[in-house]
Design a protein around this ligand. Structure first.
Ligand code: KIV
Length: 272
């Protein structure tokens, strides 16, 4: 068992802030189902994100916009059943919190009650501050998400690096401070220049978890299916692939097909 695993029996929002102040980097991966969550939690991850990237990864949609609250609750409750130690963050999907703080609170309460998730994540800054504040009044921990926010893809037009220009960088820094002052326990920064991400992380006492945000932040998050190499077409610069499961699983399927066709499977030992 790693030192971090021994030190924190269960990860809480408080232990994450402690990790930041001790200079210990925070690890986070996505999961959408029981089996994957079990592997990841038992390996010692600090946080699991039940991301709305499930819309792409699990359902094959082009964007994160179509996934519903009911579907997120289904994924989150499967993950929660597997987890013993890590903190589980659940994305509030598109259309369940923007422009209506009462609806935002109702959506967050449904996630907490029906999935057993430990916290929620919302995309955006000042525009959604009312929703964040209202959710926080119910004692629900909130993680912010700035930089590339995929629920706004039709506003951005592309998935390229955000906040390269001064004006957008200044707004991002202001939003990050605002999210901290509202009471968010942490922040995801997606696809922004590493210098800006470090500046934001250094200016906040809450942990900043990066994806494509460089090495100056307090932790890293990746989409598990990408880092396992299960997805093939997606190859951004920030992605490190730890396995090539697309090839390995494909080869396993080919071997199985061949064994079935050749009558090698099942053998005498593999039957009753
Ligand atoms: O939905 C997701 O997987 C995310 C990560 C990319 C941070 O929000």
């Amino acid at each position: 068992m790693s030192a971090a695993k021994k030190k924190y029996k269960k990860i809480t929002t408080k232990s994450l802030v402690e990790m930041k102040s001790n200079g210990e980097k925070i690890s986070m991966l996505t999961a959408y189902d029981y089996t994957m969550a079990k592997i990841i939690d038992h390996a010692g991850i600090d946080m699991i994100l039940v991301g709305d990237s499930a819309s792409n990864v699990m359902a094959g949609h082009e964007t994160t916009l179509p996934i519903t609250l009911d579907q997120m609750i289904y994924h989150a409750s499967s993950v929660i059943r597997a987890v013993d130690r890590c903190l589980v963050v659940v994305d509030l999907p598109f259309g369940t919190y923007q422009g209506n703080s009462r609806k935002a609170l109702a959506s967050a309460i449904r996630i907490m009650k029906e999935s057993g998730g430990h916290s929620v994540k919302l995309e955006g800054g000042e525009e959604i501050s009312e929703s964040i504040s209202r959710i926080l009044t119910a004692g629900i921990p909130v993680m912010g998400h700035l930089g590339l926010t995929p629920q706004s893809i039709y506003k951005f037009g592309t998935y390229t690096v955000r906040a390269k220009e001064e004006e957008e960088a200044e707004k991002l820094k202001k939003d990050a401070k605002l999210l901290e002052s509202l009471g968010c326990f942490a922040l995801v920064l997606e696809k922004v220049p590493s210098k800006l991400a470090k500046e934001v992380a250094d200016s906040l006492s809450i942990p900043v978890i990066g994806i494509g945000a460089g090495d100056g932040v307090d932790g890293q998050v990746l989409v598990t299916h990408d880092m396992f190499g299960m997805t093939h077409e997606f190859s951004p610069r920030f992605l490190r692939r730890y396995l090539d499961l697309y090839t390995d699983m494909g080869n396993a399927v080919k071997s199985y097909i061949s064994d079935v066709k050749s009558k090698d499977f099942p053998s005498k030992k593999e039957q009753y």
